[in-house]
Design a protein around this ligand. Structure first.
Ligand code: FAD
Length: 462
């Protein structure tokens, strides 16, 4: 990267961090005639917290009423549901049941319904023990009742981030990967020193997730500290899918939303997450103790789940900052916006966070001009509930590569892998390819298809 930026001088805005939030902000800015760069330390978009979450499209029913998070989750949920339809992002509107297992939790349900109403969500409904059993026959013994939250859905987090980034890039945003910003010289314009060269920017947005505090320090700000809060999860095989019909939520505790059991859009079932505050922002390892604790909780919720095969375990790190709210702040003198503390709802809120950031940038002097149409985007479907190429006879007749299954566990075809490798933002690793196709993500974890998938990846080249 040369010591310059966009043609004709500095970028209007540089967004640092290409997680779901940074990609959403870049996409939002792409709706105006601006020179925008999206800069990411990793070799792919969505490679941080955004790739490892529980993938719920929340209603915001349990947020802190009156908080910024409450407003942005509610609005973001609506926006993402509509965008998903337009862009082909898999969503399944399963609804959630917040299950009470003792008298104390039972007593908390009306308070949660009241909190939901104060968050603008009025569709909750109490469910008695008999109805609960009828609707979730495999639930463990002892459930006293539930609060139904019909608006909760499951969504594909990988496609969401990629759709935002793809649309941003197709609409003219420059994406710089493998490009960690290591130093900032605030000024007019700001100079951002990256390991690949220098970028100049009139305005900067910090969407650095777990590293938002460290990035703030480059601009002389020390407003909060990010503590990584690890969430370990267990993914059960697709054979478990018949055991559960709703998202089964626990009654929330002090460390967050607690352990849930949820179907995924890929057709398997997830149990988790834990909530452990750590010091190390890279520690996404799983632990024997964490997994044992999850299994114990899961056995109570859905005993038969524990007899199913485990497909994968993983962990993600939430960005905790000591308050129950996001830390989104505009610094007018610096022409700089910090989007920090995007905790356990950032996927849901992403589009609303982006709209909010655009407003803040305008408030501190960014002229955006009138809106302009963004390039359209339609993502390949990764969801089990939608049309998959391997069972689409017409598509296979038009292109036999869609009838040639490479990954048999997830039924991913040669045509899908080929398309992903040639896409606007091509994967830089086999894991990136998995997030775009599901290849190597099934019960054999690549044991059977790994060599064939790798051969296609290597043939496509960097
Ligand atoms: C276990 C778990 C469960 C969750 N469940 C849900 C859920 O069900 N629903 C929901 O809505 N949300 C959920 N979330 C929250 C959601 O995943 C996060 O809020 C969201 O992914 C945060 O996105 P982000 O873009 O802020 O951060 P990230 O995805 O971490 O992106 C930040 C990016 O900035 C980059 N970066 C950092 N420093 C620099 C630098 N100096 N230069 C360049 N790049 C840099 C990083 O490499 C990274 O890619 C969950 C989170 C976890 C951990």
């Amino acid at each position: 990267m040369p010591d310059t930026s966009a043609p004709g001088g500095a970028y209007d805005v540089v967004v640092v961090g290409a997680g779901v939030v940074g990609c959403a902000v870049a996409r939002e800015l792409a709706g105006h005639t601006l020179r925008v760069a999206l800069v990411e330390a990793s070799g792919d978009v969505g490679d941080g917290t955004s790739k490892a979450n529980t993938a719920i499209l929340h209603t915001g029913f349990d947020a802190v009423p009156g908080s910024l998070e409450s407003a942005l989750v509610r609005e973001g949920g609506r926006r993402l549901a509509a965008y998903a339809e337009e862009a082909g992002i898999p969503v399944e509107p399963l609804g959630a049941l917040l299950v009470a297992w003792d008298r104390e939790q039972s007593a908390a349900l009306p308070r949660l319904a009241d909190k939901a109403a104060r968050n603008g969500y009025r569709a909750t409904r109490p469910v008695g023990a008999a109805e609960l059993r009828a609707r979730e026959p495999r639930l463990g013994p002892g459930a006293l009742g539930a609060l139904e939250v019909p608006g909760e859905s499951v969504v594909c987090p990988w496609t969401t981030t990629l759709a935002y980034a793809t649309q941003a890039v197709r609409s003219g945003v420059d994406l710089h990967l493998n490009c960690r910003v290591e130093r900032a010289d605030p000024g007019v314009p700001h100079r951002l020193v990256t390991r690949r060269g220098v970028l100049r920017a009139r305005f900067v947005v910090n969407a650095c997730g777990l590293h938002a505090d460290a990035f703030d320090a480059l601009f002389g700000r020390h407003d909060f500290t990010v503590t990584p809060r690890r969430g370990q999860l267990i993914v059960f095989d697709a054979f478990a899918r018949g055991l559960v019909r709703h998202i089964l939520l626990p009654v929330p505790g002090t460390l967050g939303k607690g352990v849930l059991v949820t179907p995924t859009v890929y057709g398997n079932v997830m149990l988790g997450p834990t909530a452990e505050d750590l010091d190390d922002k890279t520690d996404t390892g799983s632990t024997a103790a964490g997994l044992a604790a999850l299994r114990e909780r899961g056995r109570r919720i859905l005993p038969a789940l524990l007899d199913e095969e485990v497909t994968a375990v993983y962990a993600g790190l939430r960005a905790a900052t000591g308050t129950d709210d996001y830390r989104v702040t505009a610094h007018p003198a610096l022409r700089y916006v910090t989007v920090g503390g995007i905790r356990s709802t950032g996927l849901t809120a992403s589009l609303a966070i982006a709209a909010h950031v655009l407003d803040l940038l305008r408030d501190i002097g960014l002229g955006t001009g009138p809106p302009r149409p963004r390039a359209p985007v339609r993502m390949p479907n990764l969801g089990e509930a939608g049309p998959r190429p391997y069972r689409d006879a017409e598509r296979i007749a038009g292109d036999p590569a869609y009838g040639s299954v490479v990954c048999h566990c997830e039924r991913v075809t040669r045509g899908e892998i080929r398309d992903a490798l040639a896409s606007t933002i091509a994967p830089s690793s086999l894991d990136g390819l998995r997030r775009r196709t599901r290849a190597r993500g099934g019960r054999c974890q690549g044991f059977s298809c790994g060599a064939a998938v790798r051969a296609m990846f290597e043939e496509a080249g960097p």
